[in-house]
Design a protein around this ligand. Structure first.
Ligand code: ADP
Ligand code: MG
Length: 255
């Protein structure tokens, strides 16, 4: 049996008087599609930022595939196969879909982006492969700024897959989408990463989305994990229902 792809041990982060991470322990297995949920302000983004090197932990450890990566900056984690997408879009709107991917790949390989440069051309096949995977072949020459919201998300996913990650962290992948688009969108992501064998940790506040794709769910509240289990276990948890008072956890989901 292989160890977890991601392991977080006793992670702490304080902002002034506020404990945004208060001793978090988490293990995500190879190939899992794991949801991290919790009310606004629970500490989901903070945990993501601690794992991916955008914030420095006060205490604790983060390991990826058994190697200690605590405090490594984001670009070094990226080179070790850890990718992430952001809640807010991060593509270059003046560049085309293809150019956005070329820039990302070239920078991943630490080269200078130049359209007439051999290195840039060399990555073309890989860019086309990624564009195909996420289903943007028809949009390859469009300016990213002119893409629909859903297609922009696909482009971000393609960029995040550019380092052939072992572990992918998605912070609110359906944020800003119409309710009707969200399920389709997360299912596309789910299908792609399962095919590629990528392990995923994602945050999401739409419970239909969470319960339709997550293998396991971790629930954060005030910087602490208060529940973890299968979607069925989480749906039945009295503690989870209590913190989501008023919201019906997992109701209205489609399979
Ligand atoms: P979530 O993503 O679950 O909504 P966050 O991780 O963004 O929650 O925030 C957790 C808590 O930490 C919140 O109370 C938030 O206000 C606080 N917080 C987050 N980032 C910072 C920061 N850079 N400085 C101070 N407080 C922060
Ligand atoms: Mg957040």
């Amino acid at each position: 049996m292989t160890g977890p792809v991601l392991e977080v041990a006793d992670l702490h982060k304080r902002f002034g008087g506020l404990e945004a991470a208060a001793g978090i322990n988490l293990a995500v297995r190879q190939g899992e599609f794991r949801a991290l949920i919790g009310p606004n302000g629970a500490g989901k983004s903070t945990l993501f930022n601690l794992i991916t090197g955008y914030l420095r932990a006060d205490r604790g450890r983060v390991s990826v595939q058994g190697r200690d990566v605590t405090g490594l900056p984001a670009y070094r984690l990226f080179r070790r196969g850890v990718s992430r997408t952001f809640q807010i879009s991060s593509v270059f709107s003046e560049l085309t879909v293809l150019e956005n991917l070329q820039v990302a790949l070239v920078s991943y390989h630490r080269q200078l982006y130049d359209m007439f440069n051999a290195a840039t051309r060399r990555h073309l096949a890989e860019c086309e492969r990624l564009i195909g995977i996420v289903g943007l072949a028809g949009e390859r020459s469009r300016r990213a700024g002119a893409l629909s919201h859903g297609d922009k998300k696909k482009l971000e996913l393609a960029i995040a897959l550019g380092n052939r990650p072992q572990l992918l962290l998605l912070d609110e992948p359906t944020a800003g989408m119409a309710s009707s688009e969200r399920l389709d969108s997360i299912r596309t992501v789910h299908r792609i990463v399962k095919e590629l064998g990528v392990t995923v940790l994602f945050t999401e506040h739409d419970m239909r989305v969470v319960f339709s794709v997550a293998d396991r769910i971790t629930v954060l509240h005030q910087g602490r994990i208060i529940a973890e289990g299968s979607p069925e276990e989480i749906r039945r948890s009295a503690r989870v229902q209590e913190i989501y008072l008023g919201e019906s956890v997992g109701e209205g989901q489609e399979r």
